[in-house]
Design a protein around this ligand. Structure first.
Ligand SMILES: Cc1ncc(C[n+]2csc(CCOP(=O)(O)OP(=O)(O)O)c2C)c(N)n1
Ligand SMILES: [Mg+2]
Length: 519
């Protein structure tokens, strides 16, 4: 999203066709870059100072909270314009306001003021984003853009990149003993498995050692649903099914890989895992029971285990498993349960499923995506993500169609981003669940604050000038609309699916009963 402080940057980026993709709003750009980064390892968002950059605070905070390497670049007033501290448009308290805000939600933040230090700062920013899996921030005054600078330096690896070999060996011994003594071991795969590219390692270990694998909600699709060892999402009361819950609850040793132990990931801490019987590996430390091995991150642990188990890393993809069928009842009013069962029967291969926070996320726990085929903000839980994320996902993986599942309330926040997708060849399927408001919150607290203005969602494609919309309220009409949409990759297909206001998924029913007690 350009502004006068970025126009020269925009102009220079024009030399790289396709590199710059515009959005209707900065937050949409931030979310699109986040989705791109989740699928391709890094994403970049460019906006102007103040009015633009401060709108990126939420998307950047989400990227920090959910370990996503996004590089945020803002063009700001030129150094020469700042003399005498003038009141320039977009300024808040002073010229450093935005930097202070961004420092708090990024891993690295720098002013790129000086051509001599610019290459090092830019290289450090990108290296930090990729190494730490966190967002970084660069602010570039407009009067330094285009100045010649020196060559890009080699950024030395950080001194703490590798653990002490003795600590690593002791940790691996401890983990191997723990797993070897277990009768019913199991693995929980978390979001860092996807972020750090460790899917092959989990597959190899599961295959070599015969471990069943569950995943967290935030880590959903860190393991492909078609893998023979895949069992589903384990999240206590909001697990995808009772079998996976039983499997993990009854395991005598659980290996938890790169997972957040957050409220949503644990179904509000209704998981039943004995810490003393758990190996839990984070980005920079691994615990075997209560013993911590500092510096042994999940990446080191997995490489070490693969070596010890003689597991073979392979890129071969498993054959697609059949999705459970769904037979619609003609004329029967659409329920949340039927809607998700229909989606489960049809989604997976060739799709990037993006589930918005709200019932769209909880109901999606049991969908069967391909590996890395599911995106959701299942920790930070910002509404407004899913629609713009489809843009980033479509660009990152043009071989897979983005399929968005979004509530009516959330859709109203960022729906206009649909308008720009066709011009860059992204044609998502968007299922808007119209349950007349904030259904997730109704069971916690009744009130008119949960009602949203009624809109004609099926007409949005007309308003944004691209695609086709349809409104349905029965099981058979929904399935017919879904099949038609999936069969037509040439344009945006929007399905407004009407469900009763008080009807929520079984997973959400369990969760809100717990939450209601706390509010
Ligand atoms: C940006 C943002 N604002 C507010 C919330 C709080 N919130 C969580 S769920 C929810 C309701 C969402 O309604 P809708 O998108 O219609 O989905 P539904 O709950 O009906 O499935 C709200 C307001 C949030 N998570 N994110
Ligand atoms: Mg709703």
């Amino acid at each position: 999203m350009p502004g006068d402080f970025t126009l020269l940057l925009n102009h220079m980026l024009d030399q790289y066709p396709g590199f710059f993709v515009g959005t209707s709003d900065e937050q949409g750009a931030g979310f699109a870059a986040d989705a791109y980064a989740r699928l391709r390892g890094i994403g970049v968002v460019l906006a102007t100072w103040g009015v633009g950059g401060l709108k990126l605070v939420n998307s950047t905070a989400q990227a920090w909270a959910e370990s996503v390497p996004v590089v945020v670049i803002c063009g700001s007033p030129g150094l020469g314009e700042r003399e005498g501290d003038p009141l320039l448009h977009h300024k808040v308290k002073d010229f450093d306001t935005q930097m202070r805000v961004m420092q708090d939600v990024t891993e690295y933040a720098a002013y790129v003021h000086d051509p001599d230090t610019a290459p090092r700062l830019i290289a450090e920013a990108f290296a930090t984003a990729m190494r730490e899996c966190r967002p970084v921030y660069l602010e570039i005054p407009r009067d330094v853009v285009g100045l010649p600078c020196g060559p890009l330096p080699d950024v030395p690896p950080p001194p703490d990149a590798d653990p002490d070999p003795g600590v690593l060996a002791a940790c691996l011994d401890d983990v191997q003993d723990a797993l070897g003594a277990a009768e019913r071991p199991a693995v929980i795969s978390g979001v860092l498995v996807a972020r750090l590219g460790l899917q092959r390692h989990v597959d190899a270990l599961a295959c070599a050692a015969g471990f069943p694998v569950a995943e967290t909600l935030l880590g959903k699709s860190s393991v492909g649903s078609d893998d023979p060892w895949f069992r589903g999402v384990y999240a206590g009361a909001i697990s995808s099914d009772e079998e996976v819950r039983e499997l993990i609850d009854s395991a005598d040793r659980v290996l938890v890989l790169g997972a957040y132990i957050s409220d949503l990931n644990t179904g509000l801490f209704t998981t039943n895992i004995d810490r003393a019987e758990t190996v839990i590996s984070h980005q920079k430390i691994t615990y075997v029971g209560v013993r911590g091995y500092d510096g042994v991150g999940v990446r080191h642990l997995m490489q070490g285990l693969v070596d010890r188990f003689g597991a073979i890393l392979s890129d071969s993809q498993p054959a697609p498993r059949e999705r459970p069928p769904f037979i619609p009842q003609p004329g029967v009013a659409l329920s949340a349960r039927a809607l998700f069962e229909a989606l489960r029967s049809r989604l997976g291969h060739g799709h990037t499923i993006i589930a918005e926070a709200g019932d769209s996320l909880f109901g999606s726990a049991d969908l069967r995506p391909e590996e890395s085929g599911f995106l959701a903000t299942a920790y930070y839980a910002s509404l407004g993500y899913a629609v713009p994320a489809a843009l980033g996902a479509g660009l990152a993986r043009p071989d897979r169609r983005p399929v968005v599942i979004v509530g009516d309330g959330a859709f109203q926040m960022t729906a206009l981003e649909l308008g720009g997708m066709a011009r860059v060849g992204v044609h998502p399927v968007v299922v808007v669940i119209n349950n007349d408001g904030y259904a997730t919150e109704r069971p916690m607290m009744k009130g008119a604050f949960n009602d949203v203005p009624r809109m004609r969602y099926a007409k949005f494609p007309d308003a944004v000038g691209s695609g086709t919309g349809v409104k349905v309220d029965t099981e058979d009409a929904f399935v017919a609309a879904l099949d038609e949409a999936l069969d037509d990759p040439s344009q945006l297909r929007l399905i407004e699916a009407v469900t009763p206001p008080d009807d929520i998924s079984p997973q959400l029913r369990n969760l809100t009963a717990e939450l209601g007690k706390r509010v």
